[in-house]
Design a protein around this ligand. Sequence first.
Ligand code: ATP
Length: 360
Amino acid sequence: METLTVTGVSKTFGGPRPAIADLSFTLGGGEFGVVVGPSGAGKTTLLNMIAGLVSPDTGEITLNGGSLAAVVPERRDIAMVFENYALYPHLSVRRNLEFPLRAPVRRGQLSRSQIAARVAEVAETLRIPHLLDRLPSQLSGGQRQRVSLGRALVRRPRLLLLDEPITHLDAKLRHEMRTELKRIQRELGVTTLYATPDQSDALALADLVVVLDAGRAWQVGSAADVYERPANVTVARTLGDPRINLLQGRRDATGVTVLGQRFDAGQGPPGPVTVGIRPGDVELSTQPVLGAVAGRVLLSQTLGYQDVVYVDVAGATVRATAPAGIAARPGSPAWVRLPAARLHVFETATGRALRHREVV
Ligand SMILES: Nc1ncnc2c1ncn2[C@@H]1O[C@H](COP(=O)(O)OP(=O)(O)OP(=O)(O)O)[C@@H](O)[C@H]1O
């Protein structure tokens, strides 16, 4: 199993801002890494540099300690799967799966029967043996995605790169494919780096999350690290759905004031702070409650199993989750309490975390 290291890698394409700026992380052998960030964050550029399609300006990329700098893409043994499947439309699924093995066959490294065995094995792993004689046009989107994954895996790559492979699938299929990807990756033990704009992919799949925005890694850590202990506002904003509330507050010698409430929030320099609280941690009531501040419901959105209620509190919008069917109609009064133990505090000037929510 191959360990991937990226050390001090930068790339500028000629624009004013680097596409990737001084990026470093280590993905352990057999791990599932997820690079999460918005469009334009630099995800594809990073994957392209690892695959050898784009050269970094500075820095080093290694696989199991060996530098890839002098290795041409064809010799890197790295497979990349893109959002569009790029299957050969005139070839059956079986022929599509055999295609990447043509070079090893020509070089005499693989026999015909070995190819058949490899294809059968990959088809089994991907649960597509019944589709082998179909053409790509006779497959559903999810099935095509499995075949394109199969084509990447049949070569037994040292590293698997996935660039938004399931973003375009419908929500139900995306969920199913995500579970499948995790299973397949675990079964094969192939070191995998997956790029996505979808934070739920990161939380569901990753052994290691790289939060990328504007070419910078804002935090590298486990899913629990980046979710529970976001190092800065960018990370806090990236992970979690519905999004974390970020409220303007002030810190003085004795605590933090936010929404007119005071909290003992540890020691630190006085000044403006940004207080983060996840919608699930906000206590919402349609009745007055001791210690809660009064507001007015702006909007209530149901997710089926729960509602997300947007409340205006003194000009700030607070998102809170609540049991489905809570009587929170737009315009009606609501009371919001922020439990002190659930607050993240960030320095407003830098975005840096000063204090994290307590994990129970
Ligand atoms: N070949 C190129 N020439 C010039 N600029 C480029 C090139 N490739 C990428 N960029 C720029 O680098 C930045 C990062 O782009 P990149 O495609 O890596 O982002 P991304 O996170 O993959 O976005 P998306 O999710 O939209 O694919 C963008 O500002 C983009 O315009």
